[in-house]
Design a protein around this ligand. Structure first.
Ligand SMILES: *[C@@H]1O[C@H](CO)[C@@H](O)[C@H](O)[C@H]1NC(C)=O
Length: 182
């Protein structure tokens, strides 16, 4: 299949480049500059994957333990099944909306996507939900719990964490199992 497609692909790319050269004769340098800049940005925003216990500490400090009545284990379990703790995880859904970040928060209702006009209930750019600083993602997750009355928003949580003994998820993260911050 790829053998058959690649000549077409190359031809398309070549004609696209020709077209660009015809329409934008002097802007080749600009395009190259933009591509270099984009490459730099992609490198600079390398994906960050947290460890379970590092997340436990961040979540705990941010007041997620028992937020909305959901213990810390619920949050860690949910983040695992939604994103595998990958802060840059992005999933494009069939309706064209995108799930962003460690909590896979959807652009249709909760954040502001670059192009589309969405509800943006969290008053935040979706891009702020895919950084290693989890502040905005946590604020937005709290809002989701409040506005939707629970954690049912997260399918990963419903399928794998709801009704389970989720205390396992924070096990070993605190010395002597009492909360010590270090
Ligand atoms: C994290 O997610 C990003 C975006 O989907 C992906 O490119 C990257 O490979 C993931 N990192 C890991 C370690 O899975």
């Amino acid at each position: 299949m790829s053998e058959k497609q690649s000549p077409d692909f190359t031809a398309t790319a070549k004609s696209a480049m020709k077209l660009a050269g015809t329409i934008l004769p002097a802007s080749g340098m600009k395009v190259a500059g933009v591509l270099t800049l984009l490459g730099f940005l992609v490198t600079a925003t390398e994906s960050k994957v947290y460890t379970r216990c590092k997340l436990a500490k961040i979540f705990s400090r941010a007041g997620l333990d028992n937020y909305g009545g959901f213990s810390l284990g619920n949050w860690i379990c949910m983040a695992y099944y939604e994103s595998h703790y990958n802060t840059t995880a992005q999933t494009i859904l069939e309706d064209g909306s995108v799930d962003y970040g460690i909590f896979q928060i959807n652009s249709f209702t909760w954040c502001r996507h670059a192009k589309l006009q969405e509800k943006n209930h969290c008053h935040v750019a979706c891009s702020a939900l895919v950084t290693d600083d989890l502040t905005d993602a946590i604020i937005c997750a709290k809002k989701i719990v409040k506005e939707t009355e629970g954690m049912n928003y997260w399918q990963g949580w419903k399928k794998n964490c709801e009704g389970k003994d989720v205390s396992e998820w924070k096990k070993g993260c605190w010395r002597g199992e009492t909360k010590l911050y270090f």
